[in-house]
Ligand binder design. Structure first.
Ligand SMILES: [Zn+2]
Length: 430
């Protein structure tokens, strides 16, 4: 344990951490309406004497960008925060590069949250209530706890480093629009992507997530020939034609999950799900349906390109539709690629080590894992920035009623981030 780590861990203030989390949870920030939460985060940064800027991104330019990741929520503006703790740089030995070359660590977190749902909450959805050792409210776990823990960790490292400055530059990105595709992180990275590594403190149950699958949304139309039910032999049912198409999609799922190469993804029961989530067909019982529409979500394996998966689906459905007319396919809505950082990468090992130092003995050693759903992580790894996710609580609680995060886990997250910042800086200084 380095001196700087010990001093920074001692500088963390548990009560203030929980107060700040409650404040941020009490600001509703459903995807598309994040401005007030971004402004609240800017206030928190200022109170911790961190320099923060709120950026208004150019939505029209982003929507026209070839790398545009898509979006689903209604949106009139896109706001994000960037806070920077400048690094002291390397010791300036003779011939060393100047301090300006200090490595930069990004801590990224989203401020948007999903809706509260229709079921009643034990405490209000935006209560920030403290009960039974946990902070309650939509977004408490996913992922305002991680964002507030990052602010406190950066401030603690700043206080502990004093005039000497921290051993690396740390940049906090507070982004919008994660839940509907990642436009906020995409916009932030278009402004500034000079990062040597990134940690996203999403809820991962304190595992280091090194890989996640992607997801493509596709809409298909199957056509038939209408006829009265009494003369159905003179028609062609679009529903009957869909049955082999449904089976072909199941076969795609089987194929992409058959030989899973990534060892962490291979541990999952179903690494790359394919799901038909909606089917619409027919108008009444006595008419042969001449049209069926379906919406499907297709997993994208780590190591495969989006285009490759699209071609695989298109080929499979072309065969399944014979001898009738082809299925019309449109790739609409979210089009997310997979993301991965080598589990042996020094940064993945560093974060896992920081987790290991903070987990209770019974939960050690800290584990690395892959997950089957997409996240902002891919936007970093696509740019060659090593990126992992690690944070508190079970992601399955994240979008549920009575979402909450344990206070002990929020503090544990801040401590894990302190260790990550200092170890990242000092690793380079050695
Ligand atoms: Zn999240």
């Amino acid at each position: 344990l380095s001196d700087l780590t010990a001093r920074a861990l001692a500088a963390l203030d548990r009560d203030r951490l929980i107060d700040d989390l409650g404040r941020l949870v009490r600001v509703p920030s459903q995807t598309g309406a994040e401005r007030r939460a971004v402004e609240c985060l800017a206030e928190l940064c200022a109170e911790h004497e961190l320099t923060a800027a709120v950026h208004e991104h150019d939505l029209a330019a982003l929507r026209a960008h070839p790398g545009y990741p898509g979006e689903e929520a209604e949106r009139h503006e896109l706001v994000g925060l960037e806070a920077t703790l400048p690094g002291a740089g390397r010791p300036e030995a003779a011939g060393a590069e100047p301090a300006a070359s200090a490595r930069r660590l990004c801590l990224a977190g989203h401020l948007d949250v999903v809706g509260p749902g229709a079921a009643p909450w034990r405490h209000g959805a935006w209560s920030g209530a403290i009960d039974d050792g946990a902070v309650y409210g939509r977004g408490a776990l996913d992922m305002k706890a991680g964002v507030v823990a990052a602010v406190h960790a950066i401030a603690a490292v700043k206080a502990a480093a004093g005039a000497a400055g921290p051993p690396c530059e740390v940049v906090l990105l507070g982004v919008s629009s994660e839940e509907d595709g990642g436009l906020g992180a995409f916009a932030a990275l278009e402004r500034d992507d000079r990062f040597d590594a990134c940690l996203i403190p999403e809820p991962t149950d304190f595992r280091t997530i090194c890989a996640h699958g992607g997801a493509l949304t596709v809409r298909g139309v199957v056509t038939g020939v209408s006829a009265h039910a009494a003369f159905r032999l003179s028609g062609i049912s679009a529903i009957d034609r869909y049955i082999p198409i449904h089976a072909a999609l199941a076969e795609v799922e089987r194929a992409i999950n058959e030989h899973v190469e990534h060892p962490l993804m291979a541990e999952l029961e179903l690494p790359y799900p394919v799901l038909v989530g909606q089917v619409r067909a027919g108008s009444w019982s006595s008419q042969v349906p001449d049209r069926l529409e379906f919406d499907a979500r297709i997993g994208v394996p780590v190591g495969m390109g989006k285009a490759e998966v699209r071609a695989m689906v298109e080929d499979a459905l072309a065969v399944a539709a014979r001898p009738g007319p082809p299925v019309e396919l449109r790739w609409v809505g979210g089009q997310f690629g997979p993301g991965s950082t080598d589990a042996d990468h020094p940064f993945a090992r560093l974060v896992t080590g920081a987790l290991d130092a903070e987990l209770p003995v019974a939960r050690r050693p800290a584990r690395q894992a892959g997950i089957s759903y997409g996240a902002d992580m891919r936007l970093f790894t696509e740019r060659g920035i090593p990126c992992v996710m690690a944070g508190p609580g079970d992601a399955r609680l994240a979008h549920a009623v009575d979402e909450r995060v344990r206070i002990d886990d929020v503090l544990r997250t801040a401590r894990m981030i302190v260790r990550t910042i200092v170890a990242f800086g000092e690793e380079h200084a050695r």
